[in-house]
Design a protein around this ligand. Structure first.
Ligand code: SF4
Length: 173
C-alpha cells in the first residue's frame, strides 16, 4: 500500500457504479456517496467494465456462474458462465477480468470498488446459476482475479470500509 509520502493509491470502480450505461440491461447503477465525489476531484478513480472489455455488447442477455460456483471456480476451469439464453460466455468473462486487472495494474490501483451480485464484479454474493434470483456467498470472475493479485476489493455496500481502509493507509501527518 502507498502512503502519504507517495502518490495516493488509485481505486478502480465498476463503470456502472459511475452511471455508465454498460450493464446487461443497457443501464448504469450509479452510487451516490461523498467519497466518490472527493475521489473524482482528487483524480483517484479509474473505471472499466470488465464484461465490455471482454467483448460483450450492451445490452446482452443476463449471465450467471453455473451450479452455485464462484469466480475462482471459473478461473480454475471448474465452472462456466452461462447466459440465460444458454450461451457459454466463460471465455469473454475471463478475458474481461484479465484486461481489467492489467488496466488496474497500469493505473496503480491498490483498491477496487465493485458492484455486488455481478458474475464479474460481485465480491460478497453472486447469483447461483438458476436465474431464479437466488444468491449465495461468493465472488465474480473479475473480483476473484483481483483478490488473487492482491488488490483489496470492496463491494458497493462496503464503501465506508473502503473509505476507512484508504484513510488508514494514507495517514495525514
Ligand atoms: S461487468 Fe461490472 S462494471 Fe460491467 S456492467 Fe457488470 S457489474 Fe457493471
Amino acid at each position: 500500500m502507498k502512503t502519504s509520502n507517495d502518490h495516493p493509491s488509485k481505486i478502480l470502480i465498476s463503470a456502472c457504479l459511475l452511471g455508465h450505461a454498460v450493464r446487461y440491461d443497457g443501464k448504469g447503477k450509479p452510487l451516490s456517496h461523498l467519497a466518490i465525489d472527493r475521489w473524482k476531484t482528487e483524480g483517484r478513480l479509474v473505471t472499466i467494465c470488465p464484461e465490455m472489455a471482454g467483448g460483450m455488447p450492451v445490452p446482452r442477455p443476463p449471465a450467471e456462474i453455473e451450479g452455485g460456483a464462484s469466480g475462482l471456480d471459473v478461473l480454475e476451469g471448474r465452472a462456466r458462465v452461462i447466459e440465460i439464453t444458454g450461451g457459454d460466455v466463460t471465455a469473454q468473462f475471463i478475458e474481461g477480468a484479465e484486461k481489467a486487472l492489467a488496466f488496474a495494474k497500469d493505473n496503480g490501483c491498490d483498491y477496487a470498488l465493485l458492484i455486488d451480485g455481478s458474475p464479474s464484479c460481485g465480491s460478497v454474493a453472486v447469483y447461483d446459476g438458476s436465474f431464479s434470483g437466488r444468491k449465495h456467498a461468493g465472488n465474480g470472475v473479475t473480483a476473484a482475479l483481483f483478490q488473487q493479485a492482491g488488490i483489496a476489493v470492496f463491494s458497493d455496500r462496503d464503501i465506508n470500509a473502503l473509505v476507512a481502509a484508504t484513510e488508514r493507509s494514507e495517514p495525514s501527518y
